[in-house]
Write a protein that binds this ligand. Structure first.
Ligand code: ZN
Length: 359
């Protein structure tokens, strides 16, 4: 850990000199702590990229200028840090688009001010096989997931499959949801293994184009029990996940703030991520985040956003297969101290199987 901290500090010193800062501390402290010493710094040298207009229609080709290539995924369950829980494989195979669409992340608002996105959208092609993200029992495979009315072809989820997994987290059941299928292949009551084909990508339900809407639900199989799938799907090998908690002067979460993340030193590609809207989102029990950006190759990243009419910036390092965490608090600055929670359970736990009637 000391080596890591020192390494970050060295990099920060280099980056600091690039940024033209006159003074750097000689004591090895973390990059974020140094940044926190200068809250609300206004950086005129940073060129604000021209804002990318928010897209409201699917699909959004070319919105995020990153290569479609991804390294192979880590095997699941994957949890390097004691607080991470990458238990699920991706529900789309690696020979297709199998990562979340940038503009349709968890916690976003796209269609109406009061409709929160409770999953991620994966822009795989029409009729691509949809795969079980983990072992479990198919609870339902039908129309009507949202409305509860079996066979309801007007249900916003379209044809959807629900899996109750064989393992849970902190004594809570885990479920995954696969929506908008063009064809359902799984059958209610069936036990599936990771990678089993559940159905085919489609555009049934409330969607303007074919894609997979994927949800992770914790404890209860309801619309209001979702968590961010980007914290539960194993990253590509050598890549990591950025998690942030952005707060104002009163420690209130900053909703729908546009945050830009760019790799150093190239600055390309710039990724834009919005903090969660308030509503039907659930924060991770440990991170209490309001921003997640997965699929980042390991390396140093610069994070910028506007707050109080000033440009805030800091740097974080992304490590292979791990979550990198930061907080921002108005009037205080950045920090990378992780929340201290001593009682979490860190491995998937097999829960006693209780047969329940399959509708
Ligand atoms: Zn969706």
């Amino acid at each position: 850990m000391k080596f890591k901290t020192a390494f970050i500090s060295i990099l920060f010193l280099l980056l600091s000199s690039c940024a033209g800062k006159a003074e750097v501390e000689s004591t090895p402290t973390s990059v974020i702590l140094e940044a926190a010493d200068q809250p609300q710094v206004t950086v005129e040298a940073v060129v604000t990229p021209s804002p990318v207009p928010f897209q409201f229609n699917l699909p959004t080709p070319g919105a995020e200028p990153i290569s479609g290539w991804r390294p192979p995924l880590y095997p699941v369950p994957w949890a390097v840090s004691p607080y991470d829980h990458f238990y699920f494989a991706r529900p789309i195979a690696a020979d297709n688009v199998n990562w979340p669409l940038a503009q349709y992340r968890y916690g976003g608002v796209f269609f109406a001010p009061n409709i929160i996105h409770t999953g991620v959208d994966i822009d795989a092609e029409m009729k691509a096989p949809i795969l079980a993200a983990g072992p479990g029992t198919v609870l339902s495979a039908d129309w009507g997931l949202y409305t509860g009315a079996s066979g309801n072809i007007n249900d916003p989820y379209g044809q959807a499959v629900v899996i109750r997994h064989d393992f849970g987290y902190q004594d809570k059941m885990l479920y995954t949801i696969y929506a908008h299928m063009s064809k359902i292949i799984a059958v209610a009551g069936q036990h599936v293994e990771t990678g089993d084909v559940l159905g085919l990508v489609g555009d049934t339900g409330a969607t303007t184009g074919p894609h997979l809407h994927f949800e992770v639900r914790l404890e209860n199989n309801t619309f209001f029990s979702t968590v961010n799938p980007e914290l539960w799907m194993a990253p590509p090998q050598g890549w990591g996940v950025l998690v942030g908690r952005l707060m104002d002067h009163h420690k209130k979460l900053l909703n729908q703030f546009q945050v830009q993340v760019r790799p150093e030193p190239s600055g390309i590609p710039i990724r834009t991520v919005m903090t969660y809207a308030s509503g039907a989102v659930n924060l991770d029990a440990y991170y209490q985040e309001n921003m997640v950006l997965s699929d980042l190759p390991a390396g140093i990243y610069k994070i910028t956003f506007e707050y109080d009419d000033k440009q805030m910036q800091t740097w974080v390092e992304i490590f292979p297969g791990q979550v990198s965490y930061f907080t921002f608090e108005g009037g205080v600055g950045f920090n990378t101290d992780r929340p201290a929670v001593p009682t979490l359970e860190f491995v998937p736990k097999v829960l006693p199987f209780t047969p329940t009637p399959i509708p």
